[in-house]
Write a protein that binds this ligand. Sequence first.
Ligand code: NDP
Length: 332
Amino acid sequence: MAFATQGCLGSRTAAHGGIGGASVALLLKPASEPAEAWIAQFRRLMPELEVRVWPEVGDPDEVEYLLVAPLPAGALAQFRHLKLIASLPAGVDHLLRDPGLPAGVPVTRCVNTDGDGMMTEFVVMNVLRHHRRLPEYHALQAAAEWRKLPQPTARERRVGIMGMGSFGAPIATRLRGFEFEVAGWTRRPRRLAGVACYTGADGLPAFLARTDILVCLLPLTAETRGLIDARALALLPAGAQLINCGRGELVVEADLLAALESGHIAAASLDVFESEPLPPASPLWRHPRVTVTPHVASVTRAASAARIMAENIRRLAEGETLLNLVDRDAGY
Ligand code: NDP
């Protein structure tokens, strides 16, 4: 396999082979911050670890840990001695769809279990924008039309959050603070104070029917791909609004555009897309009631991700339960 192996730019932060005397390396494919920022974190947390930076893999047999943004398809197959694979993005669909993903190696992801401030800011901001009908006012402004739209109070506004995991659950609690009527939809039953909880395929129609502002924070799995299609959109009340910060492939974009055109969906804020970067020809760029952001709702920060990774390497060595372990069968 033709991956670059022209030496290591990464940091050998202490004696090479500090773990058990053999060469042990962590391969990093960074995102959001330069490699140096990540290396500095590991130098502080785990000086015995050699950090190599993609694509300078070195001898792949020496790589035991991966901490990676999406790699080219098939890249995983070259590593034969992996002990732990960690996803930099909170969504692990990029790893699970790689045919080279080795069986039996734990897969983890870098999320703060106590919530993510960036995602919370982004979603709360958008719920408030949609609640106060700003996307529709922007469209009216573009048409130089002075028109007041009916404005329910937060208590009269029903927000529905699909996915109540590390992102969705703390956001639900924050939105309750504004007195929105909040519901969540999950795969398995769960309870959260002040939040109506709906579960599985059976609970979906009732969840959608009571939702004025739909927030999508689901992972992309075999079960969730294309879930928000014409049928699901039709179950939302007329005039409902959509915020998608999960994955683009959760929403069938053609169906969403049709629902926007018919007016059934009043407005949408989309941070993720079927194809990224969003192609210039996509009508979503130019739709007057669609807000496009380039997958920026939350970024994994080096400081917290390196801390979680170092803790998991330690836990692995001690035989302890890993943080943020992915359930490969469930797909998230
Ligand atoms: P978690 O794994 O913590 O939570 C996922 C939630 O989705 C859980 O509540 C889970 O239900 C629910 N869920 C999964 N499958 C189904 C299903 N088939 N039916 C109903 N509910 C389902 O994920 P996070 O909250 O950490 O992240 C969510 C997603 O956000 C990521 O997978 C990623 O795609 C996206 N993301 C987007 C970013 C951006 O910048 N736009 C940045 C980072 C992530 P249950 O509770 O029953 O397990």
